[in-house]
Design a protein around this ligand. Structure first.
Ligand code: ADP
Length: 498
């Protein structure tokens, strides 16, 4: 392993990858950050499970090797995505299922997910140890979320190993399994203890990353601080505090070419900060598409979200009910919990002139909402980073967000006396409660009526850069620290063994 260079070999392990397979923000990060790392000088290979959906979208992946893993044999194939090499870990548990990577069509988690992602994590470890016929030794194995959490734990069992970085995109999804299930996976007993994978008697995949990676980071500095508290730590705060300065936050970026109102092919009308008046054409198109009354002047609120309690959708529903006489429209696109879906349907039935909802995953409609809305609502209870506030800022759609995690790091309230005028870009509420959200929406409506000030808010967002280049250089600096930690470990262990 050559530790002197600064152009690192990076193996980037993830369970979702835009544009091939996406359930949320992790896919967008995986589809952007590796390319940005490459532009910053790193040599990157992405590794992802060979899901059916992925195999169907690529031409003839090249066979690389077979790996005889403790959990069974897999084949590793390779292809490329926007110039970055992608390794596919193929096995029937990935390639024989359609659709969502984690769930069946009836929204139930695949019962063998622990097996599937333990298998994937084992494959990543082997590739990380240069045992996959690639003649390529990563300096860094960069893992993401619980699906890859076992990899740093497994790698920790090898003295001579690459450095590891583990990124938390959402701490609430932990991959916790009963001890019996852990035993069935025949994972090493040496990893099952309070400072390792053990979590209240269960085994936790995410804890493998938190406990064993040389460096842990989350996708915003705000969330990195929050997860060390009992309120946001999801039971992992003790472990995270014990890692001290090895836990940090790096704010996500966005793919500014992919999300550009000037060129976005999904939009009825393209526009820029200088031609922002053209945005109205997208509003009219959205009202027509969502079957809302067409009205240029009525403030149009938009929301695109996983339908989950985390996202504060229940709060949004209550806030709308609390403002029957307020003049605005709301367009929502969401997929997720059936209870929230039926509550949203009821809301749209009750206020058909005001509220329109669509369910399912719909890239085209999501772009139309980003461009066509005036205000984008994100009343999240917690938000590791959030991407839609970036997309909204870029599309001149003023975000209304809760002061949590990455939202607090990126949206600056129009009424705040602490924020400089040229940084104000949205509306921030203190907490995801009905009262705060009603107040936030009312404030947004007042500001919307001050056309000159509103345009200034929109332009501030549109003119700020949120590119991955800044984040990529922060990741490279984090890799350097992880490599330093790993070298220290090796030399300390060697010294201890003398
Ligand atoms: P999370 O990863 O917690 O779901 P993020 O804000 O980080 O939230 O990322 C969500 C991503 O998924 C965004 O790109 C958003 O536009 C997209 N998205 C969420 N729900 C839908 C949907 N129903 N249809 C299309 N895109 C969606």
């Amino acid at each position: 392993m050559d530790m002197q260079k600064n152009q690192y070999n990076v193996l980037f392990a993830c369970s979702e990858l835009t544009p091939w397979v996406k359930t949320g923000g992790l896919a967008d990060v995986s589809g952007s950050l590796p390319h940005a790392l490459r532009r910053a000088g790193a040599e990157v290979k992405i590794v992802v499970p060979g899901y059916r959906a992925v195999l169907d979208q690529i031409d003839r992946p090249q066979y690389v090797c077979h790996l005889d893993l403790p959990l069974g044999p897999v084949a590793v194939c390779c292809t490329s995505l926007a110039g970055t090499e992608v390794l596919l870990v193929t096995h029937p548990v990935f390639s024989n299922r359609n659709g969502n990577p984690y769930m069946s069509d009836d929204d139930r988690a695949w019962p063998d997910n622990p097996y599937r992602f333990a298998l994937f994590s084992q494959a990543v470890s082997e590739i990380g140890l240069n045992r996959a016929n690639l003649d390529w030794q990563p300096d860094i194995v960069h893992c993401n979320d619980w699906q890859t959490g076992l990899t740093p734990a497994l790698l920790s069992l090898s003295h001579q190993r690459p450095a590891t970085v583990f990124t938390v995109h959402n701490l609430a999804y932990q991959g916790n399994i009963l001890y019996n299930a852990y035993k069935e996976l025949e994972l090493p007993d040496a990893l099952f203890h309070a400072d390792g994978l053990e979590f209240w008697g269960q085994a936790s995949f995410i804890k493998g990353g938190l406990a064993y990676a040389d460096r842990v980071n989350t996708v915003s500095p705000g969330y990195a601080n929050e997860i060390k508290t009992t309120e946001f730590g999801a039971g992992m705060e003790g472990m995270l505090n014990s890692r001290g300065e090895r836990v940090s936050g790096i704010l996500n970026g966005i793919d500014e070419e992919e999300w550009n109102p000037e060129t976005d092919p999904y939009l009825k009308q393209n526009y820029t900060a200088d031609s922002i008046d053209l945005k109205i054409e997208n509003k009219i198109a959205l009202q027509q598409r969502m079957k809302l009354p067409v009205d240029k002047d009525i403030p149009l609120l938009g929301s695109i979200s996983r339908l989950a309690i985390q996202k504060g959708i229940d709060v949004l529903i209550d806030a709308i009910k609390a403002m029957p006489d307020e003049r605005f429209q709301l367009a929502i696109l969401g997929a997720g919990e059936t209870d929230l879906q039926s509550q949203l349907s009821q809301l749209a039935d009750r206020y058909p002139e005001k509220v329109a909802v669509r369910f399912g995953y719909d890239e085209s409609l999501s772009r139309a909402i980003e461009a066509g809305s005036d205000i984008f609502v994100m009343p999240s209870r917690y938000e590791p980073c959030g991407l839609n506030q970036f997309y909204s800022l870029r599309y001149g759609t003023v975000p209304l967000v809760t002061r949590v995690g990455g939202l607090a790091d990126t949206v600056f309230d129009v009424d705040s006396s602490d924020t400089k005028k040229d940084q104000k870009n949205g509306i921030v509420i203190d907490a995801a409660t009905t009262e705060h959200l009603v107040d936030g929406i009312q404030r947004a409506l007042v500001h919307y009526n001050d056309k000159a000030q509103w345009k200034a808010l929109q332009r501030t967002g549109m003119r700020t850069s949120y590119s991955w280049n800044r984040s990529a250089s922060e990741y490279i600096a984090l890799y350097a620290k992880a490599i330093g930690d790993n070298l220290n470990r090796m030399s300390v262990t060697r010294y201890a063994n003398v």
